[in-house]
Design a protein around this ligand. Structure first.
Ligand SMILES: Cc1cc2nc3c(=O)[nH]c(=O)nc-3n(C[C@H](O)[C@H](O)[C@H](O)COP(=O)(O)OP(=O)(O)OC[C@H]3O[C@@H](n4cnc5c(N)ncnc54)[C@H](O)[C@@H]3O)c2cc1C
Length: 376
């Protein structure tokens, strides 16, 4: 017999990885949570598309299959800086998969498990009421999982001094590029940022850059000129872009608050995913953090209801602290010429160091809070 808590389930705002993980965990405990998302159709959010082994382990635990989605196995890391290159195997196999495929599967599984999806854009919330474009939503507990999109009155702090900018292009399958990238996650380090390249389903390549906003300003605010400049200074990167990038759409996201962690919250408000902690994308662990926070928030709520919000937030902040700080340090090092040159030299001499760093930038998979009761 399924145990169904007598409590009204929390409202889950945002049906990305964090919101879906929470919805699946709540549904597995016999509830019918409502996921609210502003989009009826799943897009392809700006992301590097690298799913770490820790992300994959968490998906397994949630019962979410990805093996049939056509993603590409990723089993080693190739690092480039200032004309030099180093490769090393990853501690465990990862996956290159588009966010469209990934997010679609997560939504599908959430609904199969018993969650409901409502389409509305939430504008504000307070006192247990989320005000949407369509209607007001009431609940004692709110799971805020709107990712990079802040809700009015709940904005994460922005740095004024040269914030991070994300930029992404998708390149079509091409035999020469496939031969160059193969089963690697490539990180091309340059002054002020990096570019990550990974192959995804169908052999297409996801090229994602994270760099300082000032770099875009120096290119007159023109992302194509910025890419051109990065390519002309980095021959290995240019070889991967080839010339077909010139017709590709360039997407950007501004002011990413890398390193931010929510340590406190309001009564009844559980912050999840990018609304809980933003790990620098160089680590490729954001989706893992999103899933971990979703499961952990659901378990805290199942154990203590809306009152558990602050306990959850503090516990998740503690859990995210070490990987986020380490990824921040790695990003700071990688952004400078001296730092990235030293990092490459160290990686060549001591590949075990890279493996160790790659492991330490992962969130631990044990949430230390067991579900109150789970359904079979
Ligand atoms: C440049 C860059 C590269 C990255 N590369 C990687 C990588 O390779 N690997 C990795 O693991 N992580 C990567 N990340 C991090 C990863 O993308 C995020 O950590 C992850 O998407 C967070 O998931 P989330 O569920 O919190 O939010 P999101 O994925 O942003 O989902 C939020 C959901 O909320 C919905 N929503 C937003 N606003 C509202 C609203 N007002 N009302 C209703 N619904 C709303 C959206 O439609 C969306 O469905 C990268 C990040 C950046 C910036």
């Amino acid at each position: 017999m399924r145990f169904v808590p007598a409590l009204e389930p929390p409202l889950v705002l945002g049906a990305g990885p964090a919101g879906c993980a929470a919805a699946i965990e709540l549904a597995r405990a016999g509830l019918t949570p409502t996921l609210i998302d502003r989009c009826n159709t799943v897009g392809d959010p700006l992301c590097g598309g690298f799913m770490s082994w820790r992300t994959l382990a968490q998906l397994d635990a949630l019962g979410v299959q990805t093996a049939d989605l056509g993603g590409r196995r990723v089993d080693h890391l190739r690092l480039f800086a200032h004309g030099r290159e180093v490769h090393t195997p990853l501690p465990q196999a990862a996956l290159g998969l588009s966010r469209h495929a990934f997010d679609s599967r997560l939504r599908e599984v959430s609904l199969q498990c018993g969650a409901r999806l409502a389409i509305d854009t939430i504008r504000t919330f307070s006192g247990g009421i989320a005000r949407g474009q369509q209607r007001d939503w009431h609940a004692q507990a709110l799971f805020l999982a709107t990712g990079k999109h802040d809700i009015r009155g709940q904005s994460r702090p922005r740095t004024r001094s040269d914030p991070a900018l994300g930029l992404r292009i998708r390149l079509p399958a091409h035999p020469a590029r496939e031969a160059l990238v193969g089963s690697a996650i490539e990180l091309h380090l340059f002054r002020g940022g990096y570019a990550g390249i990974v192959l995804q389903e169908g052999g297409s390549a996801n090229v994602c850059l994270a760099l300082r906003k000032s770099a875009l300003a120096k290119a007159g605010g023109d992302p194509a000129l910025l890419l051109d400049r990065v390519a002309s200074d980095n021959a290995h990167f240019a070889a991967r872009l080839d010339s077909d990038w010139r017709t590709a759409r360039i997407e950007t996201v501004g002011a990413v608050p890398y390193g931010w962690i929510a340590r406190t919250t309001e009564p009844g408000l559980f912050r999840l995913g990018d609304q809980a902690a933003v790990i620098p994308s160089l680590a490729g662990e954001g989706m893992s953090i999103a899933l971990a926070s979703g499961v952990m928030a659901a378990r805290h709520w199942l154990a203590g209801g809306a009152k558990a919000a602050q306990t959850y937030q503090r516990a998740f902040a503690t859990r995210a602290h070490a990987p986020v700080q380490l990824a921040k340090a790695a990003r700071t090092l990688a952004e400078t010429r001296l730092g990235s040159t030293a990092a490459l030299a160290l990686a060549r001499l001591f590949p075990a160091l890279v493996l160790d760093l790659a492991e330490r930038c992962r969130i631990d998979t044990d949430s230390h809070v067991q579900p109150a009761v789970t359904c079979a």
